[in-house]
Design a protein around this ligand. Structure first.
Ligand SMILES: Nc1ncnc2c1ncn2[C@@H]1O[C@H](COP(=O)(O)OP(=O)(O)OP(=O)(O)O)[C@@H](O)[C@H]1O
Ligand SMILES: [Mg+2]
Length: 112
């Protein structure tokens, strides 16, 4: 199993959710997070001058899937999060050792 962890723009979340649903992936964890990439935040221009925002609000979407579904989910996430501008986000693929559906006791691939 793999966990696909995508940190994306807040605006792209609806499109991501729709894309995953269309492909039959429903389970996900969503968190509102703050982060920065290689630009170390953002420079904003205001009338009072320029100021820096260190951490930018983002949405983190975590989806755990079978190995053979990992690429499909990764591509769907990337396609619906991409604008081509700086700050589109990042996706990490993380191996998952085990899973447990608490209600039924199913584990491993049956629990995903
Ligand atoms: N190396 C990293 N480790 C952990 N989280 C990261 C890392 N890089 C980026 N992130 C997370 O991803 C979010 C989006 O990053 P961002 O898209 O700005 O990446 P980038 O590498 O700067 O690419 P770009 O040049 O397109 O902006 C960040 O706000 C942060 O939450
Ligand atoms: Mg960046």
């Amino acid at each position: 199993m793999k966990k696909i962890e995508a940190i994306v723009r807040e605006e792209s979340f609806d499109a991501i959710k729709r894309a995953l649903e269309e492909k039959g992936y429903f389970g996900m964890t969503v968190s509102h997070v703050e982060g920065r990439g290689r630009q170390k935040g953002l420079k904003l221009q205001q009338r009072s001058g320029e100021f820096e925002v260190d951490l930018i609000p983002k949405v983190k979407v975590e989806v755990v899937v079978l190995d053979e579904d990992a690429m499909t989910v990764l591509r769907a996430l990337a396609a619906s999060a991409r604008t081509g501008d700086i700050g589109d986000g990042k996706i990490f693929v993380i191996p998952v050792e085990d899973a447990l559906r608490i209600r039924t006791g199913e584990s491993g691939m049956d629990a995903v």
